[in-house]
Design a protein around this ligand. Structure first.
Ligand code: 4AD
Ligand code: MG
Length: 527
């Protein structure tokens, strides 16, 4: 590198594009790459990127030496550069600033004979996926990856600041957590072992040791499905809380998602704009649900079993989709009143010193539907020709079912109490109807579908043992898990959120393949 280039690294100071608001009028040095360039007569308009954003430079032939002008003009896409110039605020510029270039050094010139493969024209998905390592340099992909990082950080932050202890479960495991059909098997010194599908079973143990815990790590599923929602390797964050029931679990999911969306909105408006995300859709998620939140009640709640319902509220024994909107609580002025922090049987925390999971920290309440209500909604949609196939009562919700339901709401919707037979072996039956599981799936709005799956766990030794046998799971591999019910068993609950599903929803993406640096899918393990 020339003497000039070395000097420009130290003097003037190196800045990042994202920080230029603090440098208006200053001369700064940026280090990055040429993203694109336009020429108009004796003016060059190079667009630089540095990983934090993009900025347009202006190089009038008359304002710089012949040598600098020719050097800028020679730049090819993705050549790396060190550029010095003064920062000017410009309301018309997409980033709000422009750079009057004074000097530029080339660190590496991409040869014109072997240009950067991803040009500014349209490319097919396969081509882009094949070049994922380069594709991620484009402004949109970079913005998504920055938002992903914030979502992961906000997710951890929520638990770290609410009294949870992070406990890391193993990735190599001897048994299945989420059903045996999607296990990646490997040879563990002659014994079969599997890549983990979820840390849940292990953090049930750490929850009974520490009270409130969470895990965060990669999980694996040999999903044969080629959908826009499925990866074979994805990241899951999972809280687990001793003495917490399903109601507490749902409140936790609500507060957790609210924190994540609030944080992304606070830190990434510019990135969301680059992606073309409709920000109003995200604002609606955290908007207060007052003055009269529409709380959709379960049949049992309507029958008066829930303290949230007042005696004057409509008593509708058969909440059908046609009258779901009619099954509304009396006007609730204060959202805290609508969801008491503890209902009978709810123990939201074991740690008296820890801040409680306060509903008041939530922006607005998320709508809730029981599985039965969801089924009725789907039956009606099918009858009206809005769904291609009918939903069979008793089955889990399919992707089109989730898409339909979640496109009916502008906030995440919580579907609870699925038929126990359609769900995992570890879910606690609902005492009010033991054919149902005390579980919840949170479906992201705008048709995104499931982003969170959670439940209250079976806490009886006898029932859990019977369930393991019914599901043809190897009892010996679960002895340690049964120990959690032998020694000081308590009601406990938790959930798992797939990071990539959350990123796809928050960024408004069509497919999870853009949500992770290097996606792994049914037919892709390169690059
Ligand atoms: O609903 P799931 O299967 O629940 C569990 O694994 C529980 N053990 C979690 C718990 O209660 N601690 O998966 C949880 C979430 C889903 O809601 C989804 O967001 C994500 O993990 N997920 C996937 N994401 C991408 N690709 C896949 N193949 C996924 N499978 C699940
Ligand atoms: Mg699920």
């Amino acid at each position: 590198m020339s003497e000039l280039a070395t000097k420009s690294v130290t003097n003037p100071p190196v800045a990042t594009i994202a920080s230029l608001a603090a440098h208006v009028g200053d001369t700064v040095t940026l280090r990055g790459w040429l993203y694109n360039m336009r020429q108009s007569g004796k003016l060059l308009f190079p667009i630089f990127r540095d990983g934090t954003g993009t900025i347009q430079g202006i190089v009038p032939k008359a304002a710089v030496s012949e040598e600098v002008f020719e050097r800028v003009k020679s730049l090819t896409q993705e050549s790396s550069v060190i550029v010095t110039g003064s920062v000017r605020a410009d309301a018309r510029a997409p980033s709000g600033f422009e750079l009057d270039v004074a000097n530029l050094e080339i660190v590496h010139l991409v040869p014109a004979s072997d240009p950067f493969p991803i040009s500014h024209k349209e490319h097919g998905t396969d081509f882009l996926m094949e070049h994922r390592h380069l594709w991620m340099r484009t402004p949109r992909q970079s913005a998504i990856l920055r938002i992903r990082a914030t979502i992961m950080r906000a997710a951890q932050e929520y638990f770290d600041t609410n009294g949870f202890v992070r406990t890391d479960p193993p990735i190599l495991t001897p048994a299945a957590c989420e059903g045996t059909s999607t296990l990646f098997e490997l040879d563990y010194f002659g014994d079969p072992a599997f890549l983990t599908q979820s840390g849940q079973l292990y953090i049930e143990a750490t929850a009974l040791a520490l009270g409130k815990v969470y895990s965060f790590g990669p999980t694996f599923r040999a999903e044969k499905s080629k959908t826009r929602r499925h990866l074979t390797e994805f990241w899951m964050i999972e809280p687990e809380v001793a003495f917490m029931d399903l109601e507490g679990d749902m409140q936790l999911a609500e507060a957790f998602l609210t924190h994540i969306v609030t944080t992304v909105l606070a830190r990434h408006r510019a990135d969301l704009k680059v992606i073309g995300r409709d920000i109003a859709k995200l604002e609606a998620v955290i908007a207060p649900a007052t003055p009269s939140p529409v709380v959709i009640l379960t049949l049992n709640e309507v029958k008066g079993k829930n303290p949230r319902i007042s005696p004057e509220a409509p008593q509708t024994p058969n909440a059908s989709p046609s009258n779901i909107e009619a099954v509304i609580l009396n006007e609730v002025k204060d959202p805290d009143e609508a969801r008491p922090a503890t209902t009978a049987g709810t123990f939201s925390t074991t740690d008296p010193g820890a801040p409680p999971i306060a509903p008041s920290a939530m922006g607005g309440l998320f709508p809730r539907l029981s599985y039965d209500e969801a089924h009725q909604m789907l039956e009606r949609a099918f009858a009206e020709g809005k769904l291609e196939a009918p939903h069979i009562y008793g089955d889990d919700l399919g992707s089109p079912d989730e898409t339909y339901i979640s496109s009916q709401f502008d906030k995440p919707v919580m579907i609870h109490r699925y038929p126990a037979a359609s769900k995992a072996f570890y879910m606690q039956p609902d005492p009010a109807d033991p054919t149902k599981a005390l579980c919840v799936d949170v479906l992201a709005p705008e048709g995104y579908g499931e982003i969170i799956g959670g439940s209250q766990r079976v806490d009886s030794y006898d029932l859990l043992r019977a369930r393991i046998l019914e599901h043809n799971l190897p009892l010996a591999a679960f002895e340690w898990y049964l120990d959690l019910r032998r020694y000081g068993s308590v009601p406990h609950s938790g959930f798992g959120m797939g990071i990539e599903r959350a990123v796809a929803w928050i960024c408004g993406l069509d497919h999870v393949r853009e949500t992770i640096p290097f996606p792994r899918t049914l037919n892709r393990i390169y690059p």
